[in-house]
Design a protein around this ligand. Structure first.
Ligand code: PLP
Length: 365
């Protein structure tokens, strides 16, 4: 193992700055004290602003990983006897279906190939065919393959007919799409990933229509009922014990993000990183699964080189200071992922090319 810090090239948890890690040590704090209320108000106000939704959306924070935000969004958007339409082209689309099933919510599914972006025309057709759809769900960045879905186009179709929910968990503050141009009612995100906070807190950003809906749906879960978060958080309160230290870290990560230039600067950084590492992949002869126009700014799904297994490549790269990520589901045998998410020194990304070259050689069976 090198004596350099291990760089995580997986799509979260992502590496964080020293400043964000130090914020975890701000001290012990009871969430019923005014200092926590202040912290909560600051974060609630900042999150929509950070994602260009400051004038239109209200944040609800929940302790839990991104799936908690997804589940809260789904179960708080569909009225009794109504259904959800899930646009599914990857593991996270599948997870939305599983959430609907687990909560007894009727669903329709538009399933497509994992390497093909969702088809807005199919959403239009499904809305025309079924008159009981309360919410449409789409994953902005399908982390499964590093594929971007056309949320802007789908939002135009859904607007006024149903609520539009986007899972922006691995895309927020990373992908170029300005969310203020997307007609989304619920945006799911997390503290870690593109915001570079610590994992453990997630959030949903809600439009006015979504806030109204939250108050009309039945209570399907005690912990993930958005109505109780809405009621509490407007007063600076949370219904259950929050991950206080993760909130400290998120507060610091938001300051760091805004000081560095916010959305425009962070997305530019991610574009530059993608260009850098994809140039390396090309020189090394590594083939990318997803076609160019649909690629995200972070995840690249790559074919494993001939006679190289994922485990061998992973272990060789780890010896050289990098953690890569396996493919999921049907892609686990022949592919691997490299994700340039989080706080990564530029020189470590430049040095990745040599590390990859050596590791591929060493891993070749
Ligand atoms: C698109 C997407 N949605 C949701 C999640 C939530 O996963 P978790 O609950 O592990 O944070 C992830 C995590 O990588 C993701 O990439």
């Amino acid at each position: 193992m090198m004596d350099q810090e291990l760089i995580l090239l997986n799509p979260g948890p992502a590496c964080t700055s020293k400043r964000v890690k130090d914020a975890l040590l701000r001290g012990d704090l009871c969430h019923r004290e005014p200092e926590f209320t202040e912290l909560l108000f600051r974060i609630r106000e900042a999150l929509p602003r950070c994602l260009n939704l400051g004038d239109t959306h209200e944040a609800l924070l929940v302790t839990g990983s991104g799936t908690a935000a997804m589940e809260m969004a789904v179960i708080s958007s569909v009225r009794e006897g109504r259904a959800v339409l899930v646009v599914n082209n990857g593991v996270y689309g599948d997870r939305m279906i599983r959430i609907a099933k687990a909560n007894g919510i009727p669903f329709y599914e538009i399933k497509s190939d994992w390497t093909v972006p969702a088809d807005p025309g199919a959403v239009q057709a499904a809305l025309d065919e079924h008159d009981d759809i309360d919410a449409v769900i789409c994953i902005h960045h399908e982390t499964t393959t590093g594929l971007i879905n056309p949320i802007k186009e789908i939002g135009e179709i859904v607007h006024g007919r149903a609520l539009f929910l986007i899972d922006a968990i691995s895309g927020t503050a990373i992908e170029d799409q300005d969310l203020s141009e997307v007609k989304a009612d619920v945006v799911c995100g997390t503290a870690n990933k593109g915001l570079h906070g610590q994992p453990g807190m997630s959030f949903i950003l809600c439009s006015e229509a979504s806030i109204e809906r939250i108050q009309e749906v039945p209570e399907r879960s005690l912990y993930l009922n958005a109505a109780s978060y809405l009621k509490g958080q407007r007063k600076g309160d949370v219904p259950f014990t929050p991950a206080v230290q993760v909130c400290y870290a998120l507060d610091e990560a938001i300051k760091e993000y805004e000081e560095a230039g916010g959305f425009a600067a962070r997305t530019k950084l991610y574009r530059e990183r993608a260009a850098l590492v994809r140039g390396q992949f090309e020189r090394l002869g590594l083939k990318i699964l997803v076609d160019e126009p649909f690629r995200s700014n972070t995840v690249t799904m790559l074919h494993l080189p001939d006679n190289v297994t994922y485990d061998a490549l992973h272990d060789e790269l780890k010896k050289r200071g990098y953690v890569i990520y396996a493919g999921q589901g049907q892609l686990s045998k022949d592919f691997f992922r490299i994700c340039t998410m989080g706080e990564i020194p530029w020189h470590r990304l430049e040095e990745l090319e040599e590390a990859l070259r050596e590791s591929i050689e060493a891993a070749r069976g």
